[in-house]
Design a protein around this ligand. Structure first.
Ligand SMILES: Cc1cc2nc3c(=O)[nH]c(=O)nc-3n(C[C@H](O)[C@H](O)[C@H](O)COP(=O)(O)O)c2cc1C
Length: 447
């Protein structure tokens, strides 16, 4: 068991969503390391280029799969969704969301790297190397880290952003690099709310609020309730909330301009949207608070606004915390009801995490600990989902799909220590080299 004490430590384990080998607490998302643990297909999206070697079997399969699955409804098991490649491990079968066919079901979840060193929200060569090396390692979808829709929406001063047009070009080369490997590129859009202006390895002040002189700012939230020991936020006005809906949409438009093929809304881990959802963090008595309808309004408006500016064939994902692990707070039943609403608002997949919302809760961190939540959301809301959280081994990941508990898995910290996780998994699961997502240049070094 792990205690969820902080800010980005929610779903990762005890300090329940951590980052890194040292058990770094990702602001309440404890990601403590307690466990040790082909494709040449062309993405079918408008801008997907695929690799030069992408003309083989897998590319044909991807094409057929694109034809096969536009319903947005999950099949009983992950198998069977792409009949053209209905053989071999499920992890390596393509999946289609709207007009985008993703070459496999091993995805890189968003992970903040706090590496916008100039504090201007622009990604750096570090980001290029980080994302493109994992795309070369065979991941199907790369979801770029929490990206701020406003300067005050950053988790730390070193977060990346898309709040201005001049930031678009800095993303373009990264997106191009990802796509050139045959992987697909998504980006997570975020506003940190009361968990903003916090420290990182880059700026210091770890687990503290960063003061103004070091690049910090006053934080905002649905209500003036602080998270743990961080600064007390100011409650947003209704006009400001409307402005933030517009900021999410504008950032999504910039993401499209940068070439991203899918957008993920960050509605998890106690950041602004999840603060609105949670009855323990939202004490508003206007239309954005109170009952379920009021608390979900902000997210649904954000989803509608983003849907309104991105192409019809572009998938929209939402990451949720399925529970805040606190009595009287946000829970699975509300998550299922929300997932049903999201589907009706044009959302194509729910990325199911937990925690990070309330400080000091205890999270039962162990392998697969969040999988039951994704399974329930998938089954009860009939929406495609991903599972994440201490999924570290190939057979373990394959089982999640084989049991119909998710449509794709996300490999987080294990991918920080091994960018080639999918290639190793292909070897372990007996996928022939010709079907595994090797770059042509690397085939001679194949397992
Ligand atoms: C360094 C680090 C940064 C993270 N940043 C984010 C983030 O930006 N957005 C997010 O939704 N989750 C973030 N997370 C949570 C991960 O996406 C993932 O859900 C979590 O690590 C559990 O998966 P794992 O056990 O495979 O690592 C982060 C986790 C780590 C370790």
């Amino acid at each position: 068991m792990a205690e969820d004490t902080t800010a980005y430590g929610g779903a990762i384990g005890a300090t329940a969503n951590v980052e890194g080998p040292s058990g770094f607490d990702f602001r309440g998302l404890d990601v403590t390391n307690t466990v040790e643990a082909s494709d040449t297909g062309k993405p079918a999206g408008k801008s997907g280029k695929g690799t030069k070697g992408g003309k083989g079997k897998a590319a044909k399969s991807a094409k057929a799969a694109a034809k096969a699955g536009k319903s947005g409804k999950p099949s009983k098991g992950a198998a069977g969704e792409n009949p053209a490649k209905d053989a071999g491990p499920l992890l390596f079968r393509p999946i289609t969301l709207r007009g985008l066919t993703i070459r496999n079901r091993i995805w890189l979840p968003p992970m903040d790297t706090y590496s916008a060193f100039a504090q201007d929200g622009r990604p750096t060569p570090f980001h290029y190397q980080h994302y493109v090396s994992r795309a070369m390692g065979g991941f199907g979808l790369i979801i770029a880290e929490a990206t701020a829709v406003a300067p005050e929406g950053r988790i730390s001063p070193n977060d990346v952003g898309l709040w201005a047009d001049w930031q678009i070009d800095s993303w373009k080369w990264i997106v191009e690099g990802i796509k050139a490997t045959g992987a697909a590129a998504a980006i997570q859009l975020n506003h940190a709310g009361r968990k903003g202006s916090t420290g990182s390895f880059t700026v210091g002040y770890e687990r503290e609020t960063v003061p103004g002189e070091a690049g910090g700012w006053p934080v905002v939230a649905p209500s003036a309730i602080p998270f743990g020991g961080y600064a007390t936020p100011r409650a947003l006005s209704v006009d400001e909330i409307h402005g933030l809906v517009g900021a999410f949409a504008a950032a999504a438009g910039r993401a499209v301009a940068a070439g991203f093929q899918a957008i993920e809304i960050h509605a998890a881990h106690g950041y602004l949207i999840s603060q609105f959802l949670d009855p323990l963090g939202n004490e508003r008595d206007d239309e954005y608070g109170g009952g379920f309808e009021g608390r979900t309004r902000f997210l649904l408006e954000v989803a509608d606004a983003i849907r309104g500016v991105i192409p019809d064939d572009m998938p929209l994902l939402v990451r949720v915390s399925a529970t805040d692990w606190a009595a009287g707070g946000w829970d699975l039943d509300q998550t299922v009801a929300l997932a049903q609403l999201l589907k009706a608002h044009g959302v194509d997949l729910v990325d199911v995490s937990t925690g990070g919302i309330i400080a000091g809760v205890t999270v039962p961190v162990k392998p697969d600990y969040q999988v039951p939540f994704s399974a329930q959301v998938r089954k009860r809301a009939e929406v495609p989902v991903t599972a994440v959280g201490l999924i570290t081994k190939p057979k373990q990941a394959e089982k999640v799909l084989a049991k119909g508990k998710a449509d794709a898995v996300e490999i987080g910290r294990a991918a920080l220590r091994d960018p080639y996780w999918p290639l190793r998994a292909a070897d372990k699961l007996g996928v022939p080299v010709t079907e595994a997502p090797y770059q042509p240049q690397y085939v001679r070094g194949a397992y």
